[in-house]
Design a protein around this ligand. Sequence first.
Ligand SMILES: Nc1nc2c(c(=O)[nH]1)N[C@H]1C(S)=C(S)[C@@H](COP(=O)(O)O)O[C@H]1N2
Ligand SMILES: [Mo]
Length: 385
Amino acid sequence: MADTLVDVPAREPGDVLGAYSERSEYVHIARIPEAGPGVRNVDPVDAINSKAPLDQFVGTITPSDLHYVRSHAGTPNIDPAKHRVLVHGMVAKPLVLTMADLRAMPSISRLAFLECTGNGWENWKTAPDDVTVQNTHGLVSTHEWTGVPLSFLLDLVGVDRASRWMLAEGDDGAAVARSIPLTDEVIGEAMLAYGQNGEPLRPAHGFPLRLFIPGFEGNLSIKWLRRLKFGDQPFMTRWETARYTQLLTNGKARQFQLRQEVNSVITSPSGMMQISPGYNRVTGLAWSGYGKIDWVEVSADGAKTWNRARLNEPVLSKAQTRFDLDWVWDGKPTKIVSRSADEKGNVQPGRKSFIAAMGENALFHYSAQQTWSIDAAGKVRNVLD
Ligand SMILES: Nc1nc2c(c(=O)[nH]1)N[C@H]1C(S)=C(S)[C@@H](COP(=O)(O)O)O[C@H]1N2
Ligand SMILES: [Mo]
């Protein structure tokens, strides 16, 4: 800590008050576009996703312009005045809705995380040691989402009680479409969202309308939503056959692994940071698709002994929770790692037991503990432990 005050600056008028507030010139914070697992430093035209800078965030809410993006065919340009949503299938009264119709309906707002099932996919096998936490975990973000509760719409169209599945289809070049099980939880928590962090959705995130399903894999939250169809079984789109299945060790593929697991990662110190001996604040993020985070533990000796971290309020269901822990580094090489548990009793597994259960052929839902090694010079690196 400094022991003197710097000179008081001259009392002069500051910068003009503009129509937007820009970030400080001293803050450099941006997403990184990637072209696939581990394919970094790409031209944005080749990117299939763009990862959020978790190492630079404070608190739990992701700024709108830094929410991660994952799109299969780029961002379509949709005029909200012309946009329509068809709701049909096993319903008493099929409807075509405009954005004005939806805006006139009751709305809810909720803070919740969205996570791509591909988050962490580098670490299944061969993650290099020079990655940052943005590379390893940047496909998760938390926003306040605002929209019409799905349950309101179900009542409006009179969904048949025998309908157990809903098809949601997007209006992008890839026409991404997924079957969503109509469980009580989904009916109670899903929304047709038109707002993010207090403003209309941004085009990359589904403007003018997307589905949002808290706790479930990101690809179910269909962007640029154009159609909901109700049926009594899954629709078996190519997204649930060719994509989004998990190849298991026994050679069989698992379909419909829809929930995001309990997870956590230390965001500071994290990959490629430089630390000094003495006091270091260890901080990170934890989240679970099952509900609230119950506890987070941090180990500073390579998972031999664990310490309870502080959970920073608010701790919300299916939202990212920030944790921190005071730590004095003695300057010796070591490894730091976090693990979390949720209110349903799920505990984040270590990498070895995770790989033993899931094998190495799977690509999605990587949620094992993340270990960072620290060498004698204080350099932090990714390590598969
Ligand atoms: N129509 C459509 N919806 C989509 C996608 C897409 O490519 N097209 N990508 C899905 C995937 S894989 C994820 S992880 C989330 C990402 O949402 P975001 O880009 O707002 O973070 O949107 C999902 N919804
Ligand atoms: Mo995704």
